[in-house]
Design a protein around this ligand. Sequence first.
Ligand SMILES: [Zn+2]
Ligand SMILES: [Zn+2]
Length: 139
Amino acid sequence: MEHVKGLLKDTPLKATPQRLAILNEIYTAGHIDLEGIYNNLSSSFPSMSLATVYKNIHTLKKYGVIKELTISGAKSKYEIAYQKPHHHLICKMCGEVIDIEIDTSFLKKQLKDLENFEISNCDIYCYGICSKCRNKSDS
Ligand SMILES: [Zn+2]
Ligand SMILES: [Zn+2]
């Protein structure tokens, strides 16, 4: 759990076993929703409720340790926030969330030209069908 303990070092948050386990689930999964975390941990922490997981998630989000992805038509997923800025591809068939690093400077330039709007940061979500699901439907 040392790898996730370090994520809390710049926060006043205590590294409780539950909190570290939640972070480890997010770290391992890449992107995971609340129920997913709860289901994966319920055998190791039988007394931990969904509300407790939610509270921890909320606190971790508040201190910028994790990031919430708001995905339309699906539950929010969470990821570790220390990663490089990236955007997301979401598969409408299997729900897979894929990280992509794309250059958004064209968008910044266009919006500046069209609207005189200065982008500070942006989150792009693209919805479609992933390569695995495409291969399945082809065969
Ligand atoms: Zn898919
Ligand atoms: Zn991501």
